[in-house]
Write a protein that binds this ligand. Sequence first.
Ligand SMILES: *Cc1c(COP(=O)(O)O)cnc(C)c1O
Length: 414
Amino acid sequence: MTVQTPIANSFRNQPDEQGHFGKFGGRYVAETLMPLILDLEKEYRAAKADPAFRAEFDDLLEHFVGRPSPLYYAPRITEHYRALAPEGKGPKIYFKREELNHTGAHKINNCVGQILLAMRMGKTRIIAETGAGQHGVATATVAARFGLPCTIFMGAKDVERQKPNVFRMKLLGAEVRPVTSGAETLKDAMNDALRDWVANVHDTFYIIGTAAGPHPYPELVRDFQSVIGTETRAQMLKAEGRLPDMLLAAVGGGSNAIGMFHPFLDDPDVGMIGIEAAGHGIDSGQHAASLSGGKPGILHGNRTYLLQDEDGQITEAHSISAGLDYPGLGPEHSWLHESGRVKYVPITDTQALEAFQLCCKLEGIIPALESAHALAALPNVTATMSEDQLLVVNVSGRGDKDIFTVAEHLGFEM
Ligand SMILES: *Cc1c(COP(=O)(O)O)cnc(C)c1O
């Protein structure tokens, strides 16, 4: 929810009125959905201009979520990479600690914003889609907080694979509806959630979990998540008296990354790298790297880079990290990629597992496997940076949810 200053050639003035980020984004939806998203857009514009909405959002982020999250200087990771870098160089490394938020990740920021919007619109029922269950848990959490009934659509296969999160959602009072169409995973759950929304629009609000979907979702999710970058900016100015030189964030749908990057897009000296999940490697075909290994197409109401076969069929994504396991990414990232403002690099499962363990041992912080992808870019990125430079990694979530996956890969019996 940042106020944008109009400057020429700004990277922060997207999307346009039709929701386009360059040639990406838009609202490719069925006729029946059009009035819903136009109404949502109108209400969002009004909310954004209303200081009372902003005040309530800020108050909840402070007292319910636990913001601001700290900007933490990571001394041992910094020393570790300085020892490896040519001539002992390498930047000072900071972590933006989104893993300390209530529910353990950045997703709650967006859910708080969207449920406030739902209530402002007089909606009395919440729906959401979830893959690994992280967005489902964050949505069920805010629905419980405001006493609204909540239905979470989840692929039947994911319901089977993610039992702890299914139970969390149930404890929080949500109904979890298994989706048995298609591959029974995230994109099928998203389709069913959209169908439910059309059928029940009179009372239902659909909380989308990442900076994707039809306009205005990519914009509003970005705005709610921009608290990450806005805080980082103020915290870095306080700690070092200047802006950082480099920002790193993992990209699934792209919400934590765009939230970190957006407030810095018009600062040309701030470099940014989005890290995509390369699974078993781009060449293996088993990955979730939509920019490195996909091409533009249309999915879930917007035009963006997607994983697809020669016939344009969406293919299954693979990543060790369930939160990065999505066959597309938000349209603003596709645009930032093509414009060259943000660089995107792939990181494999194996690299992420190594970075995960290193972070645990050197900093006493168990990162989410998603965040471990961002940490795994450090060897290459730090080698090109000097001692007087500043780097921030967005630690998007905590890794308690991932210890069973990691144990299995390390051959540890649980
Ligand atoms: C869901 C998730 C992600 C990926 O989603 P984005 O929308 O790309 O941020 C990254 N990190 C964590 C901890 C997550 O739970």
